[in-house]
Design a protein around this ligand. Structure first.
Ligand SMILES: Cc1cc2nc3c(=O)[nH]c(=O)nc-3n(C[C@H](O)[C@H](O)[C@H](O)COP(=O)(O)O)c2cc1C
Length: 185
């Protein structure tokens, strides 16, 4: 297997991290991978905010909990049954991607950049988990405060976040769902 296929295949969502902080060199590699991503009409509608301030992550975690608890329990992730659940899994670094909401492809482009970052991290011995749940913090009354604290450009909305660090778990590969491929020949 070549190196690209091997990295794609070994990536996992890690939900426990050692507290060792990333080096600036590692962060630069991840951000370059994000910015190397293709985007529709090469608009590069993304903005990356690297967060290592655990107090801010705790505040976001609280807002996510607050918003999520307003939802019907049936629609809520089972992870919220654990009172110790932390949306960011205490990762030492979280990269927030916000993107220009007026760009038709902003979610797609963010997703591609997100996966490039995850694969780059895997290739240098770091683990990641993609995080959609923090979106709830931007539906909270503190949304504007968070947008400012995270330095989102005025035209940008949260699209996705990525927790990054040295993994401290042993996540198995997910099973491939059946019937997801058709051929028309
Ligand atoms: C768009 C998106 C949002 C996700 N949001 C979360 C999340 O908020 N919390 C979480 O623990 N995992 C989240 N995940 C990770 C998925 O649960 C994970 O990719 C899936 O279970 C497959 O496991 P694997 O990544 O280890 O292969 C998200 C993944 C994607 C692609």
């Amino acid at each position: 297997m070549n190196q690209v296929l091997s990295v794609i295949s070994s990536r996992r969502s890690h939900r426990a991290y050692k507290q060792d902080q990333l080096t600036q060199e590692q962060i630069d590699i991840l951000l370059k991978a994000g910015m190397d991503s293709p985007s529709a009409v090469n608009r590069q509608p993304w903005h990356f905010t690297v967060v290592q301030n655990q107090e801010l992550l705790d505040e976001l975690n609280r807002a996510v909990w607050e918003e999520t608890m307003k939802q019907n329990p049936e629609g809520r992730s089972g992870r919220f049954n654990d009172p110790d659940f932390h949306v960011f899994y205490h990762a030492p670094t979280v990269i927030f991607i916000s993107a220009d909401r007026d760009n038709y492809w902003y979610h797609m482009d963010s997703g591609i950049a997100c996966q490039n970052i995850c694969l780059a991290a895997e290739s240098i011995g770091l683990g990641t988990v993609i995080l959609g749940m923090p979106r709830a913090a931007f539906q909270n009354e503190k949304a504007e405060e968070f947008r400012k604290a995270l330095l989102f450009p005025e035209t940008h909305d949260f699209t996705i976040a990525i927790a990054v660090g040295i993994p401290d778990d042993n996540k198995p590969a997910h099973l491939h769902a059946k019937d997801r491929i058709s051929y028309v020949r």
